[in-house]
Write a protein that binds this ligand. Structure first.
Ligand SMILES: CC(C)(COP(=O)(O)OP(=O)(O)OC[C@H]1O[C@@H](n2cnc3c(N)ncnc32)[C@H](O)[C@@H]1OP(=O)(O)O)[C@@H](O)C(=O)NCCC(=O)NCCS
Length: 263
């Protein structure tokens, strides 16, 4: 049991794995997940961690499952995952999902998760761009659209991300953006149709196209795949979305995801 979560140790773990999260990403996740953040300490240092973020009782997302290289293969991830799952069970969460790397997949299969679909991270290298378009706001209508798409209320997460950067087309969709350790991240992007999603991505790229950028999308979402490749993104990592409990398929209204740790 950790009383005060050591953010710097956690950032060292995600950086060792080559992941994109920044210190601010960890702070956001820990403040949203609260008691759902678990870890194992050794010699005063965090050596293994996992987070379970409950979106009410409909859905929870597991993320940041990390064990320091020197401590792997000793059952630490299994132990931390059990803590997270026990906690979510106590809270009555009906469905738990996560996006699994190749290293994580065997751990989750043994814990009763099953495969749902492939999800890929795409990256776009920096290019010169011109012009910028204006941002919108996250209103009640867009929050309702997200609830319809995501199948659970994640408004605290969206409000937190909107403080960093949001793009919106009233009534049609929104997208969030945030800095990353290696690339600026675009997502979630939720839209009523492909044209709106493309406009949101264009608005993001008008501001960030001259930086490396990344997004995560489900491989079977053809409109999202063509949107990303038309804009110059290319796949760099493939993960497996996995589920435990009552299943809900990912909605086609979700063009890009919030990040592997958020869903
Ligand atoms: C995935 C990761 C967290 C596993 O951590 P770990 O502490 O070494 O895992 P554990 O020792 O608790 O292993 C749990 C179970 O999965 C199995 N397992 C773990 N890694 C495995 C692998 N690469 N191949 C096959 N089985 C594996 C273990 O044998 C163990 O099974 P058991 O309980 O029946 O003995 C670690 O490899 C890691 O940090 N990787 C980099 C980051 C990453 O990809 N995280 C997953 C994100 S989805």
């Amino acid at each position: 049991m950790i009383t005060r979560f050591p953010i710097d140790d956690a950032l060292a773990l995600s950086t060792q794995a080559g992941w994109n999260q920044t210190r601010d990403d960890w702070i956001r996740l820990v403040s949203l997940a609260g008691d759902g953040v678990k870890g194992v300490m050794d010699g005063g240092r965090l050596v293994s961690t996992a987070t379970g973020l409950a979106y009410g009782t409909d859905l929870a997302w597991i993320g940041m499952v990390l064990t320091e290289e020197a401590h792997r293969g000793r059952g630490l991830a299994r132990r931390v995952m059990r803590d997270v799952l026990d906690d979510l069970e106590r809270r009555g969460v009906r469905c738990v999902k996560l996006d699994a790397t190749e290293l994580g997949r065997p751990v989750y299969l043994k814990l009763g998760f099953r495969e749902e679909c492939a999800i890929s991270r795409w990256r776009r290298e920096a290019r010169a761009v011109q012009a910028a378009t204006s941002d919108g706001f996250l209103d009640a209508e867009l929050l309702a659209l997200d609830g319809e798409a995501f199948g659970a209320d994640r408004s605290p997460l969206l409000r937190s991300l909107a403080e960093v950067e949001g793009h919106a087309i009233p009534g049609s969709g929104f997208a969030m953006a945030r800095p990353g350790r290696t690339a600026t991240f675009f997502g979630p992007c939720v839209a009523r149709d492909a044209e709106a999603a493309r406009q949101l991505l264009a608005s993001f790229l008008a501001r960030h196209g001259s930086e490396p950028t990344m997004l995560d999308l489900c491989d079977d979402h053809a409109a999202a795949v063509s949107m990303a490749s038309d804009a110059g993104f290319a796949p760099v990592r493939r993960l497996t979305r996995m589920v435990r409990g009552d299943s809900k398929d990912t909605s086609p209204l979700i063009y890009t995801c919030a990040g592997f740790e958020f869903g």
